[in-house]
Design a protein. Structure first.
Lengths: 290, 244
């Protein structure tokens, strides 16, 4: 197992989330940046559904009690093994007793630590993703112990490595589709959405990212309907809210835009004061009337 | 009874949203549930997650096997073939609620504002058979229809930071039960000892869309008795099946 020596800002276990329970009001959850979490799993030849550790802003200090291979992807939090800098996006063998720690955040906001075979925490409703009132914990605390499978040293040492630049999360362009209520926006509102620079406010977490800038709202409230992670809501007071992985399954605010899957992953690497622009992809939007 | 005029929209990269006319009523709910069943029964949609709300149905695909236009045509064809049955049955769940002062934090204020007695308020709240429209907002939060007009009360201007698990409340034109402790802006008029969501159970919520809920007023003593049984996984919720 691995022991948490220092928990870091907000470290938790995530996988691809709980699918198929939304009709009970259960959020999907799952890793915020699934591009990074899945890269880490892929480099270790893990199953896609294997659980990873999601690190937020400052990384934890961890001590490993069994041999394994690990991989760190996503934000660069200066990962170190036994105080020596290690490469991101590479398979790193670890031995019993090794300590993994993190330092300065150089880019991005969330990093993912994958381990060979995945972290072996309890599955609840088909997922290991932590979520309030479903898992017993919502984040990892000091002295917590997480199990993983012992890794037998392979005869061929994998040298897989990906250059970080290929998966840049620093792009400030966020791809969006028209949301179900986009049609009710005025011409000028649509222009603002397309051309204005938007800033992430201090109100951002795994459930939602509120934006600083407001958009004058002329759309009346909708009858409570379904929402998805990546849905951009417009509140009566003109607030823009981007729903993220832990968002509720239903909502009563107009859904004006919908982030693409990769855009949600990019947004997950942003934090307070980061800015971006929406890029509208409208060729796949379709309305068919009976 | 004819079918409704529906709109099919794409929603993000791999979802289809089907919208009914924007009104909250049981005819639309029944139609949504029929379409949902038809989609599940058709077996043509293996890796699809379905969810619905008052006036819409959402299909989330893992990936498109055919084009989205073809998926929509398939759905339209399926909808056209749905047979509306002459009769149906529904389940009524008896949900015990204690309206005592210990739990009913806002009962007195709301009764005063409506110029009715506390007992009249309790009667108005517990008389109707409420329809479960869908589950959302929180795991196990039942969206109920059927609150008497007299009891419609605007949400509190200042929500509470914490509402107790099991709190029975009124907000706007709706009533509901908080399945877990949560912040809340509705007026609390009682508490139910039942478990409305259990992540470890094969059936996480006992009630489903289309079911009915009957609030049954109980004493504080009875509340405590039921609570002990619920916590020990030993309580069987009373229900009956009726012809609709």
């Amino acid at each position: 197992m691995v022991k948490i020596i220092k928990p870091g800002f907000y470290t938790n276990i995530q996988d691809l989330g709980r699918h198929g329970f939304q009709h009970y009001g259960v959020p999907i959850s799952g890793a915020m940046d699934q591009n990074a979490s899945q890269l880490a799993n892929a480099l270790l030849n893990n199953n896609r559904k294997d659980a990873v550790m999601e690190l937020t802003m400052t990384g934890p200090s961890l001590q490993f009690y069994k041999n394994a291979n690990i991989c760190v992807c996503g934000a660069d939090m200066t990962p170190k093994l036994n105080d020596r800098l290690i490469s991101m996006n590479s398979v790193i063998p670890i031995k019993k007793g090794d300590i993994l720690s993190f330092g300065k955040l150089n880019s991005g906001f969330r990093a993912y630590l994958a381990i060979s075979g995945g972290f072996q925490t309890v599955e609840i409703m088909n997922s290991r993703s932590m979520f309030d009132n479903i898992s017993t914990e919502t984040k990892l605390l000091k002295n917590d112990e997480i199990n993983y499978l012992e890794h037998q040293e392979p005869s061929i040492r994998p040298n897989s490595k990906i250059r970080q630049g290929v998966f840049s999360h620093e792009s400030d362009s966020i791809d969006v589709f028209k949301g179900p209520e986009f049609e009710f926006l005025s011409r000028s509102q649509r222009d603002v959405l397309s051309f204005q620079k938007f800033t992430v406010s201090k109100y951002n977490n795994r459930m939602a990212y509120q934006l600083e800038e407001r958009l004058q709202n002329i759309i009346k409230p909708i009858i409570t309907s379904m929402v998805l992670p990546g849905t951009v809501q417009l509140t009566p007071s003109g607030q823009l809210i981007i729903l993220m992985r832990d968002c509720q399954t239903t909502g009563g605010y107009p859904r004006i835009l919908q982030l693409s899957d990769s855009a949600i992953n990019k947004m997950a690497q942003k934090t307070t004061s980061n800015y971006f622009r929406f890029k509208l992809i409208d060729d796949t939007f379709l309305t068919v009337v009976e | 009874m004819k079918h409704f005029s529906l709109r099919y929209k794409t929603y993000g990269e791999h979802s289809i949203l089907i919208e009914w006319p924007q009104e909250i009523n049981e005819l639309i709910l029944a139609d949504i549930l029929r379409f949902k069943s038809a989609i599940i029964d058709s077996n043509a949609y293996e890796n699809v997650q379905l969810n619905h709300a008052y006036t819409s149905l959402l299909l989330v695909f893992n990936a498109w096997t055919v084009s989205v236009e073809e998926e929509i045509l398939k759905l339209k064809a399926l909808y056209g073939k749905i047979i509306i049955p002459n009769n149906s049955t529904f389940t009524i769940w008896n949900v015990p609620v204690c309206y005592s002062d210990e739990f009913a934090l806002d009962l007195e204020t709301v009764a005063l504002e409506k110029k009715i007695s506390k007992n009249d308020l309790i009667k108005l709240h517990s008389d109707p058979l409420y329809t479960v429209y869908f589950i959302g907002f929180l795991p196990g939060f039942l969206y109920l229809g059927g609150l008497r007009d007299q009891l419609h009360t605007p949400r509190k201007t200042e929500p509470r930071m914490s509402v107790d698990k099991g709190a029975v409340a009124i907000g706007g034109g709706q009533t509901g039960i908080y399945p877990t402790q949560s912040p809340g802006g509705w007026h609390i008029i009682g508490n139910s000892p039942l478990r409305f969501f259990n992540a470890h159970s094969i059936i996480p919520c006992f009630a489903k869309a289309g079911d009915k809920i009957k609030f049954v007023p109980i004493s504080l003593i009875k509340y405590n008795e039921i609570k002990i049984l619920v916590d020990a996984d030993d309580y069987e919720i009373e229900s009956e099946v009726r012809d609709g």
